[in-house]
Design a protein around this ligand. Structure first.
Ligand SMILES: Nc1ncnc2c1ncn2[C@@H]1O[C@H](COP(=O)(O)OP(=O)(O)OP(=O)(O)O)[C@@H](O)[C@H]1O
Ligand SMILES: [Mg+2]
Length: 279
């Protein structure tokens, strides 16, 4: 009897990402008279298969950094390497999913996921891979539905499947669960961990949710202006926190409480805990 392999498309290996002295200044325009320095001296080494969460105040440059990793934006200083070679233009090794799922409304979920398949994938292989991915995100029964027929969480899962269809070595997620209700959000976090275990890409994730960062990430990177610097100073890496404990973690873990306070403090939200720590 012939043995069939369960995976129909060879998955890319996960890649390390190296952010080296990256800066970004947007030129003066749109009525602004001066250039806007947004990022400066950003250094970050992300290991193969690692999950890194980026936290920082609104407007501090998180999306800009993600866009640079995926080649949608170009740093004005420094460089970014994926697996040792420079990102130069939209990078096929990288897949992106955004806060809103951005599905094509007139296509089925399966057709939307198929949009992510690498160019040149043959039809049978593509169909099998799309089915496999929709099953992975728990939508095996919904392949024929259209985006308006499904919930926000289902649309977000489809968007994740579409990103995975590219077989990315690096998965870039910009507030992927930001638009979801609290309960769906928790479920999606578990789903992301399951997906990561099944297809272990290197993950760079932006979130505003400290608990989400601590639940998902190996390390949490706090991006922002150096403490005490004047407004208009570009953001850089302010701190990097290694999150202890193997996943899946206990959401109520007391060990994480002081890290939570530390990160909230770094975001300018002092807590009872953080005050107590600095006493
Ligand atoms: N193409 C652009 N041209 C000019 N300025 C830009 C451009 N893209 C981003 N910026 C500016 O860069 C800064 C950082 O934007 P970015 O979207 O990276 O922030 P963010 O940290 O993702 O914020 P949020 O948490 O609100 O999503 C903002 O001040 C924004 O106005
Ligand atoms: Mg953003």
């Amino acid at each position: 009897m012939a043995i069939t392999t369960p995976t129909t498309v060879r998955h890319h290996p996960a890649h390390p990402v190296s952010v080296q002295g990256v800066g970004r200044t947007f030129p003066a325009r749109d009525g602004r008279h001066t250039a806007t320095p947004v990022l400066a001296d950003v250094d970050l080494e992300i290991a193969t298969g690692e999950i890194v969460a980026l936290l920082g105040a609104s407007g501090c440059g998180k999306s800009t950094l993600l866009r640079q990793v995926s080649g949608l934006d170009v740093p004005t200083e420094g460089r970014i390497l994926i697996d040792g070679s420079a990102v130069d233009g939209v990078d096929a090794r990288c897949a992106v999913a955004f806060q809103e799922p951005r599905l094509l409304p007139w296509r089925t979920l399966a057709q939307n996921v198929a949009v992510g398949l690498p160019r040149g994938t043959d039809r049978t292989t593509g169909e099998r891979r799309v089915r496999e991915l929709l099953e992975l995100v728990g939508l095996g029964e919904c392949t024929h539905l259209r985006p308006r027929q499904v919930s926000g969480g289902m649309a977000q899962r489809t968007s994740l499947a579409r990103a995975l269809a590219r077989n990315p070595g690096v998965l870039v997620l910009d507030e992927p669960f930001g638009a979801l209700d609290a309960l769906t959000r928790l479920r999606m976090q578990d789903l992301l961990l399951e997906v990561h275990a099944a297809e272990p890409a290197t993950v760079l994730l932006v979130t505003h949710d400290v608990d989400e960062a601590l639940y998902l990430a190996d390390r949490v990177v706090l991006l922002g202006r150096p403490q005490g610097s004047p407004k208009g100073t570009p953001s850089t890496v302010r701190s990097v926190v290694t999150v202890p404990g193997a996943r899946p973690r206990d959401r109520g873990d007391a060990d994480l409480a002081h890290l939570r306070a530390e990160l909230l403090d770094g975001l300018g939200v002092p807590t009872h805990h953080s005050t107590a720590l600095t006493d």
